[in-house]
Design a protein around this ligand. Structure first.
Ligand code: ADP
Ligand code: MG
Ligand code: MG
Length: 208
C-alpha cells in the first residue's frame, strides 16, 4: 500500500460530491436546531476545496490537506468552517514527512480532532460533531490494534461515527447554536455529527 497525493485528492473530491448531494438534508437537520445553513456551509467550503484541487499541483499529502483546511477556514462562516478547517490543518501537519499507514493516519486523525477540541471545547454528550468523532477514534484504534489495515480501520471508524451520530438525537445541546434551544434541542439529530459521519464514510470508500 503506497498512498499519496492522488488518493487524498480523490477522497476530498468524493467528500465534496457527497456533501453536495446531502446539502439539503444537512440544512434540514440544521433548520430544526440551528440556523438552516450547515448543508450550504459544507457545500460551499468543499466546492472551494475542489476548485483549489483543480488549479493546484501538490507535491505532498500534508501540503494538500493543509491547503484544504485553510480554504475551509476562509470560505465557511459559522462554527463548522473553523472546526473542519482546523481538523484538516492538523491532520495534514501530522502526516508531514511520514509514510501513510493505518497507524500514522490514526495518529493524524487524533491530532485533527484535537484541533476541533482546542477550538470548540466540546465534550462527549454535548450534541456536537465530537459525538461522532470520539467513538470513531476509539473504533479506529481498536481496529488497528486488532490488525486491521487502513481501509478496515476507516470502515470501523465510520460505523462508530454513524452510531454516535444516531445517539445525538435524544441529547440536549450544550455547545453551538443548538444550545440556545436548551431542552428543545432534544429529539433532533446533530447536523455536524452527520457531516462527520459522511466525511468518514467517504474516507472509508476512497482511502486504503
Ligand atoms: P453554525 O452553527 O455557526 O451555523 P454550522 O451550522 O455550519 O455552523 O455547524 C453546526 C454544527 O457545528 C453543529 O451541528 C455541531 O456539530 C458543530 N458545532 C457547533 N459548535 C461546536 C463546538 N463548540 N464543538 C464542536 N462542534 C460544534
Ligand atoms: Mg448552522
Ligand atoms: Mg450559521
Amino acid at each position: 500500500m503506497s498512498m499519496g497525493v492522488d488518493d487524498f485528492a480523490n477522497w476530498l473530491r468524493d467528500l465534496a460530491g457527497t456533501l453536495h448531494d446531502n446539502a439539503a438534508y444537512l440544512t434540514e437537520l440544521d433548520s430544526a436546531i440551528g440556523d438552516a445553513d450547515h448543508g450550504s456551509n459544507m457545500d460551499r467550503g468543499f466546492q472551494a476545496v475542489v476548485a483549489v484541487l483543480d488549479e493546484t499541483t501538490f507535491e505532498s499529502v500534508d501540503e494538500l490537506l493543509k491547503k484544504a483546511g485553510m480554504t475551509l477556514v476562509s470560505k465557511v462562516g459559522g462554527a463548522s468552517g473553523p472546526l473542519y478547517g482546523t481538523f484538516f490543518l492538523r491532520f495534514g501537519t501530522a502526516l508531514a514527512g511520514v509514510e501513510v499507514s493505518a497507524a500514522t493516519v490514526g495518529e493524524a486523525l487524533r491530532a485533527g480532532v484535537g484541533g476541533i477540541l482546542a477550538r470548540g471545547k466540546a465534550e462527549v454528550g454535548d450534541k456536537t460533531m465530537y459525538d461522532a468523532w470520539a467513538p470513531a477514534l476509539s473504533a479506529y484504534d481498536e481496529a488497528v490494534a486488532g490488525g486491521s489495515d487502513l481501509r478496515g480501520a476507516l470502515v470501523a471508524a465510520a460505523e462508530a461515527a454513524a452510531k454516535g451520530r444516531d445517539e445525538t438525537v435524544p441529547l440536549i445541546a450544550r455547545k453551538g447554536r443548538a444550545s440556545y434551544l436548551g431542552e428543545r434541542s432534544s429529539g433532533h439529530q446533530d447536523p455536524g455529527a452527520t457531516s462527520t459521519t459522511l466525511l468518514l464514510e467517504s474516507a472509508a470508500r476512497t482511502l486504503g
